[in-house]
Write a protein of this length. Structure first.
Length: 280
């Protein structure tokens, strides 16, 4: 818990200074001489000097610290472009011009990372390794273990099962015995129903939004719906493949594309058969 708190200090500092300096620059009070003193260097020091130092001071993994420092600095520049009055900007216009370079670098980095992870996952699946490890290891090798890597593992799992589900075998998962739950209470057939509903309403919704609201709103909503459709397709395929597995000392609970949960056998008080209906 202590390590987690230390890693969160830069983000907490970012949130605090964002609220404080937004109030400082956008209001007229005794702190800024009732609107007379709104120098940009105040936010410059806190956001682009102190904040990166805190990232490297409290985050042990220097790669993660560098990523956070760059990301937080970009957020500070974006904040300053909105809250600092134009008459007080001297250095800030030059910093704002760097956003295009930062966006280009971010896109290149994202594409490189996605391709690296894609080929690493494909190679691991070909070797019939545990599919969960095949997906999470390449990501953790780049970003380390943490909330970001867990989120990206979930996203990679969605695309893996949406595109490569035929290459994944239930026998490849870690465990001595495997059990499935996709037929229980029609879980998988319910997901198929959602997929069909989305496919039916997608063109109707797009046309209605296009003519009643705007083409941009229609395209934006359709894009989000298609992403949701990819998730449902991946979930539909994964729920029948990813099992609940028993190991010598634990149970691994897998459901759909969600991250696996490992439960130690010592944490289970007792097991008994169920004979009553369980509410959905």
């Amino acid at each position: 818990m202590q390590t987690l708190t230390k890693k969160n200090i830069p983000f907490i500092f970012l949130a605090v200074i964002s609220v404080f300096w937004a109030f400082y620059y956008q209001s007229s009070n005794a702190l800024n001489g009732y609107g007379v003193e709104k120098s940009e260097w105040l936010l410059l020091i806190d956001g682009l000097v102190v904040l990166p130092i805190l990232c490297f001071w409290f985050v042990k993994d220097k790669k993660e610290a560098a990523i956070k420092a760059v990301a937080y600095s970009c957020l500070i520049i974006l904040l300053g472009s909105f809250v600092i009055p134009e008459s007080s900007k001297v250095v800030w216009p030059y910093l704002e011009s760097l956003r295009y370079l930062a966006i280009a670098a971010f896109i290149v980095l994202e594409i490189t990372t996605i391709l690296t992870v894609f080929f690493a996952i494909k190679a691991s699946l070909t070797k019939e390794q545990d599919p969960d490890l095949a997906i999470s290891k390449p990501i953790e090798n780049i970003l380390g273990k943490g909330a970001i890597s867990y989120l990206l593992s979930f996203e990679a799992r969605v695309w893996t099962y949406a595109l490569f589900s035929k290459k994944i075998r239930q026998q490849s998962f870690t465990g001595y015995s495997h059990f499935s739950s996709h037929k229980k209470d029609g879980a998988q057939s319910n997901q198929l129903g959602f997929i069909l509903i989305i496919l039916f309403e997608l063109p109707v919704m797009h046309l209605l939004l296009h003519f009643l609201w705007s083409p941009f709103a229609a395209n934006f909503t359709t894009a989000l719906t298609l992403l949701g459709l990819v998730f449902f397709i991946a979930e539909y395929k994964a729920i029948a493949i990813r099992p609940i597995s028993i190991l010598q000392d634990s149970i691994i609970v897998r459901y759909g594309v969600w991250n696996p949960l490992r439960i130690a056998l010592t944490e289970i008080a007792h097991v008994q058969p169920n004979s009553v209906s369980i509410r959905r």
